[in-house]
Design a protein around this ligand. Structure first.
Ligand code: NAD
Length: 261
């Protein structure tokens, strides 16, 4: 637990399931005040809110599509109206779908880019404007992926969005370091959440996946939440512009395991 996080106010996008819920619940354990965003799954967001309150934090669920300015503004306004301030903004919402690139529709390309990259831009912009206006230390955390580094055939739009998040994070980190605003990404490997539930249900797919991970297991959402809590806390006060890979070693070229090559 990080003492300095107590009573801090956070917005977590896509908090109604998976990694976003785990981060929201971890922030609850840190006794923070959390705006839990959902797009359509109100029930999931309400469960996260209940868990945060149970753990000693405060929380409210807010509907918003992160790819719209109107939705992002609603999240910021709720944080300010209900909790009086904003300290940490987590751009976690994301989506993926699979298609060979030559068959990928413009509609699917735009959907993924809008949520995964434009959503990160809009959330970051809103948070930056607030932090600069208040001249307070600000902290932004983006959910990237190992696929900001590892190419992923048939997921070109997803990989492009996460590659975009990498350079966006680095650029904004450099631009706003003089304002005492930190921004970092987390690069999860294969984490057991609804986004990839099907893969984990198929034993063959699961085995293929585990062979790509030196630690030979998939990760749990709470292991990503632990990284988010550290980046949110003052324990990481000198860290900005990085991607913290939390991936069991997936980015370490595992095919070279055992001295192959
Ligand atoms: P998930 O599908 O369980 O959760 C994604 C969340 O984003 C959901 O709550 C969903 O409602 C929300 N969302 C989607 N579109 C939205 C929109 N327009 N507005 C608001 N919310 C929206 O997936 P997850 O695994 O928890 O993924 C969370 C983040 O982590 C994503 O950015 C994803 O790309 C990233 N990630 C996940 C993995 C993994 O293995 N699970 C690996 C690398 C990166």
């Amino acid at each position: 637990m990080y003492k300095d996080l107590e009573n801090k106010v956070a917005v977590v996008t896509g908090g109604s399931k998976g990694i976003g819920t785990a981060i929201s619940e971890r922030f609850g354990k840190e006794k923070m005040k959390v705006v839990v965003n959902y797009n359509s799954d109100k029930e999931g967001a309400d469960e996260a809110v209940a868990a945060i309150k149970e753990a000693g934090g405060e929380a409210v669920a807010v509907q918003a599509d992160v790819s719209t300015e109107e939705g992002i503004n609603r999240l910021l306004e709720t944080a300010l109206n209900k909790f009086g301030q904003l300290d940490i903004w987590v751009n976690n919402a994301g989506m993926e779908n699979q298609s060979a690139t030559h068959e990928l529709s413009l509609e699917d390309w735009e959907k993924v880019i809008k949520v995964n990259l434009t959503g990160v831009f809009l959330g970051t912009k809103a948070a930056l404007n607030y932090f600069k206006g208040e001249t307070r230390k600000g902290n932004i955390i983006n959910m990237s992926s190992v696929h900001e580094q590892i190419p992923w055939p048939t997921f070109a739009h997803y990989a492009a969005s996460k590659g975009g998040v990498k350079l966006f994070t680095e650029t904004v980190a450099m631009e706003y370091a003089p304002d005492h605003i930190r921004i970092n990404s987390i690069g999860p490997g294969a984490i057991k959440t609804p986004i990839n539930a099907e893969k984990f249900e198929d034993p063959k797919q699961k085995e293929i996946l585990e062979n790509m991970i030196p630690m030979a297991r998939v990760g749990q959402p709470k292991e990503i939440a632990a990284a988010a809590a550290w980046l949110a806390s003052e324990e990481s006060s000198y860290v900005t512009g990085i991607t913290l890979f939390v991936d069991g070693g997936m980015t370490l070229f595992p095919s070279f395991q055992g001295g192959k090559g």
